[in-house]
Design a protein around this ligand. Structure first.
Ligand code: NAD
Ligand code: UDP
Length: 325
């Protein structure tokens, strides 16, 4: 198979490219490095079947030669990133998704949209099944991401219905692992970075809000199973293991062997209160469920951060808004 991965140099994208190459596929990784850096795929550059195309997909997406699959992951994903990059995020979800779907239509390729649990907003139903339509503030600060992804979902379904594209949607719940940017602002990289730097660990609100945490290898396995399946989705992919942010901070502090204090800081507006995927569909349709214990995933991620810290590679790509066209 020859696969295009938009956002392929990002956290999840780099693991997906690696897994595809490992399985003998050819990979065209398309990325503008808006929220990542080339180092994420540096180890893949020597692979014969790997090609890196630095490009902003909102400006167009042309890939010479045959394409069998388009994995569309290009979008800022961390709340800290998309709040700094509101227009880029909306454009990635709208024009970017449009170009990625056009490429799949032109090549007769399968298409997989990396959507998100944020499609459910701050959910009133718990855990969240795919049949739930969500509770999203369309004009709040997070709307640039939530509505961009909801638009992406609508566009994907329209291409399936009206252009005959074999297009699929997965809704990804909080995923973590090695290669997350240490400064991307999400809870896990923040907590690990703070613990290893012996800084206070910043928990928002009273820390009672929950997330459900999936290790990246399991998630990538779910993406591949969804692509290979005959189902269009949306299908939730995530680990139902739910923890409060205060528990998570204490857990990471213990696993890091750190003595950092835990500091309570103000909670962002519209921050979802509870989040846990109902993965009945993924189990039944894809035979998929996460197999990596969260604690093992956290240990691997802490080790990765520790190595990068020791090698002095802690200067990360600073996210800056691009020109607003
Ligand atoms: P990430 O920020 O590490 O990766 C996103 C990648 O997309 C980056 O490499 C970035 O440079 C690239 N990109 C952004 N805009 C682009 C553009 N216009 N043109 C080309 N490349 C562009 O984030 P991630 O955590 O790896 O997330 C990957 C995808 O999965 C995103 O679509 C995100 O919405 C989705 N997702 C992730 C999670 C999670 O927990 N990590 C949860 C739900 C959904
Ligand atoms: N959070 C926190 N401390 C941080 C960063 C985030 O307590 O340093 C909280 C955040 O307010 C939210 C939860 O952790 O309640 C998960 O946030 P994250 O940014 O990881 O992802 P989200 O699920 O909100 O997209």
């Amino acid at each position: 198979m020859r696969a295009v991965v938009t956002g392929g140099a990002g956290f999840i994208g780099s693991h997906l490219c690696q897994r595809l190459l490992h399985e003998g596929h050819e990979v065209v990784c398309v990325d503008s490095f808006l929220t990542s850096k080339p180092a994420n795929v540096e180890h893949l550059r020597e692979e014969r079947h790997f090609r890196l195309d630095q490009r902003d997909i909102t400006q167009g997406l042309e890939v010479p030669g045959p394409v069998n699959a388009v994995f569309h992951l290009a979008s800022p994903a961390s709340p800290a990133d998309y709040l700094k990059l509101p227009l880029e995020t909306l454009r990635a979800g709208s024009a970017g998704t449009w170009h990625a779907l056009d490429l799949a239509a032109a090549k007769g390729a399968r298409f997989l949209l990396a959507s998100t649990s944020e499609s459910y907003g701050d959910p009133l139903v718990h855990p969240q099944p795919e049949s739930y339509w969500g509770h999203v503030n369309p004009v709040g600060p997070r709307s640039v991401y939530d509505e961009a992804k909801r638009f992406s979902e609508a566009l994907t379904v329209a291409y399936r219905r009206h252009r005959g594209v074999d297009a699929k949607i997965v809704r990804i719940f909080n995923t973590f692992g090695p290669r997350m940017r240490t400064d991307d602002g999400r809870a896990i990289p923040n907590f690990i970075g703070q613990a290893l730097r012996k800084e206070p660990i910043t928990v928002t609100g009273d820390g009672g809000q929950t997330r459900s945490l999936c290790y990246v290898d399991d998630l990538v396995d779910g993406l591949l199973r969804m692509l290979a399946s005959d189902h269009g989705g949306p299908v939730n992919l995530g680990n139902p293991h739910e923890v409060s942010m205060l528990e998570l901070a204490e857990w990471i502090r213990k696993l890091s062997g750190a003595t950092s204090e835990i500091t309570l800081v103000p909670r962002p507006q519209d921050d979802p209160e509870r989040r846990r995927p109902d993965i009945t569909m993924a189990r039944e349709l894809l035979g998929w469920e996460p197999t990596t214990p969260v604690e093992q995933g956290l240990r691997d991620t802490i080790n990765d951060f520790r190595l990068r810290l020791a090698s002095g590679d802690f200067t990360e790509r600073k996210v800056r808004p691009g020109p607003h066209r």
